[in-house]
Design a protein around this ligand. Structure first.
Ligand code: TXA
Ligand code: MG
Length: 349
């Protein structure tokens, strides 16, 4: 029932894009690649189509969706106003991994926004996504194309794993690039506020604004603050195994991870370690995956969700992950790791 269509990003076959666009126009669901993660798309103006997304993902009804556009005119068509601060961002970061919160107009169904008066919008920087949206000539609602709660899909095989039989089409455009979702930014406050850290970093945003804040609810310690981005309150990105993060100076971190590994092994547990190029030879544990290079954070973000899924396949009982810096892209990486670990972090100095 789910059609899988391979498209070469260097040779976008018009007839294939049209097949996808046709399904979207008729109110169906199409998973497609973006530069961040795969999205599960449907016509954002069609309540029934949107319901299919929630159903296929098993997504909580109050968690609003991001609307994807391919041309700036589509933005003016669905929002109340476009403030100057948003225009400055758009000029610099669109198409790209930045989602901006706008006041919605009456064309946007409540089903998209979970009843909020605002709508999250982004223009993805991926040739297939852009072409598909243009061809459908519709704003496309698209959450990540995973089963709710599982790690986001960074390859068509992950979408196939989660959603086969539940959606109409999967466009396989190969692996995505950034690997973590877009940054969600709220401009309704005096100081622009990052609701979800992502591909566009705080440091990037500080080239446009004098000040930028993180939503205090991003700190898992602040359990009684209600996040402004409803999605942030759910357990997320979760591998089946338990996970624990160890952060700190590199040698201490390695020592601690080795210590934990032998403790868990004594309890009869199968341990998986998420390591990096710099540390991979320092552990003696069979199930070790190198997620990337500590000096190139984009390699870690690209491989993180895939690594979590790989440990599910191996079937480990516990994943011990090395933490990374909270600077730059590290903020988004640590946010996703924290959620996958349910906040279990060991900090050593
Ligand atoms: O990179 C991405 O953003 C991917 C690709 C497919 O574009 N999409 C994605 O969508 O991650 P999703 O649904 O998995 O995450 C949307 C996030 C959620 O945390 C949600 O709560 C937040 O955006 N959000 C959506 N509308 C919002 C609104 N009006 N106000 C605040 N947060 C909102
Ligand atoms: Mg998601």
């Amino acid at each position: 029932k789910t059609k899988v269509l391979k498209i070469d990003i260097n040779n976008l076959e018009k007839q294939k894009i049209e097949q996808g666009a046709e399904i979207l126009k008729r109110g169906g669901t199409v998973a497609f690649p973006t530069e961040t993660v795969y999205g599960l798309g449907a016509n954002a103006l069609d309540e029934k189509a949107i319901s299919k997304i929630f159903k296929a993902k098993g997504r909580p009804q109050d968690n609003p969706l991001i609307v994807h556009i391919a041309e700036i005119e589509q933005l003016y068509d669905i929002v109340e106003e476009v403030p100057q601060r948003a225009l400055d961002l758009i000029e610099r970061f669109w198409p790209g991994p930045l989602t901006i919160i706008f006041k919605k107009n009456s064309k946007v169904p409540d089903r998209i926004t979970g009843g909020l008066s605002t709508v999250a919008i982004r223009m993805p920087n991926h040739p297939i996504a852009l072409k598909l949206i243009k061809e459908a000539n519709l704003p496309i609602a698209a959450p990540s194309a995973n089963t709710s709660g599982r790690p986001s899909p960074t390859d068509a095989s992950h979408v196939i794993e989660d959603l086969t039989g539940k959606i109409d089409m999967i466009i396989d455009g190969g692996a995505t690039g950034i690997g973590v979702e877009s940054t969600v930014l709220d401009l309704s406050t005096e100081i622009p506020t990052i609701l979800r850290p992502g591909g566009v970093t705080k440091e990037d945003l500080l080239t446009i604004f004098p000040k930028v804040e993180f939503d205090p609810a991003l700190e898992l310690k602040n359990k009684n603050i209600i996040p402004k981005s409803p999605g942030q309150k759910y357990r997320h990105y979760s591998p089946e195994a338990e996970m624990i993060i160890v952060t700190g100076e590199i040698h201490n971190m390695i020592e601690k991870i080795n210590e934990l590994t032998s403790e868990y092994q004594k309890e009869g547990k199968k341990v998986g370690i998420i390591a990096t190029n710099q540390t991979k030879d320092k552990y003696n544990n069979e199930n070790l995956i190198v997620v990337g290079d500590r000096r190139k954070l984009e390699t870690i973000s690209r491989n993180l969700f895939k690594t979590l899924r790989e440990f599910d396949k191996i079937g480990v009982d516990i994943i011990i992950a090395e933490g990374v810096t909270e600077e730059g892209l590290g903020k988004a990486i640590m946010n996703r790791m924290n959620k996958a670990a349910g906040g279990r972090v060991i900090k050593i100095n």
